[in-house]
Design a protein around this ligand. Structure first.
Ligand code: IMP
Ligand code: MG
Length: 172
């Protein structure tokens, strides 16, 4: 196993998610929300957020891929889809692990908007703002980070390190 330098601790993630869950509840608490977890990266984020969310919530999964190693290929593939009946006329919140170039998010946003949700918001755990190639922003972002390739808490490097409870950077 490579040496990993800790960037965001388990406690910091936990505390931030608690605040996000309560912000979302204050906004949507009166109505049902469909949370969409994007696999595989957002799975820890989605589980921890939903356990703290006090309102009526449904959970759906989507799977897209764009990355090989540490480089985005820019080409997005949909590997697991959602049926329109789960989205139409619903308040939908997409949960992403990280927004980097923004290509994935743009694809996801258009894919869900085509199903006519009542509302659509995007929550991301991490945001690399300076890497953006397309003009898109998350509505809720937990942590803004520098241009570093990070792993842990669901995020991988060639499928490794998702199981770290914190977010870190591989030390070469
Ligand atoms: P984008 O389409 O360039 O915004 O890429 C978004 C996707 O690339 C994310 O959902 C991640 O799956 C992956 N990704 C981007 N940056 C990182 C990183 O630093 N570590 C691990 N995965 C990343
Ligand atoms: Mg992702």
């Amino acid at each position: 196993m490579d040496k990993i330098k800790r960037l965001i601790s388990e406690k910091e993630i936990k505390d931030r998610i608690k605040v996000l869950a309560s912000d979302l509840y204050n906004k949507y608490g009166k109505e049902e929300v469909v949370f969409i977890c994007t696999l595989k990266g957002a799975v820890f984020f989605a589980c921890d957020l939903l356990k703290k969310y006090k309102g009526d919530a449904r959970l759906e999964f989507l799977r897209v891929s764009s990355y090989k190693g540490t480089k985005s290929t820019g080409k997005i593939e949909l590997n697991l889809s959602i049926s329109k009946e789960n989205i139409e006329s619903q308040n939908v919140i997409i949960l992403e692990d990280i927004v980097d170039t923004g290509n994935t998010l743009k694809f996801l946003k258009n894919y869900i908007l085509d199903m006519n949700p009542k509302s659509l918001k995007i929550c991301t755990l991490l945001d690399k703002k300076m890497r953006r190639e397309v003009d898109i922003e998350a509505d809720y972002s937990c942590f803004e980070i520098e241009d570093l390739f990070v792993v842990g808490y669901g995020l991988d490097y060639n499928q490794k390190y998702r199981n770290l409870p914190y977010i870190g950077v591989i030390e070469k």
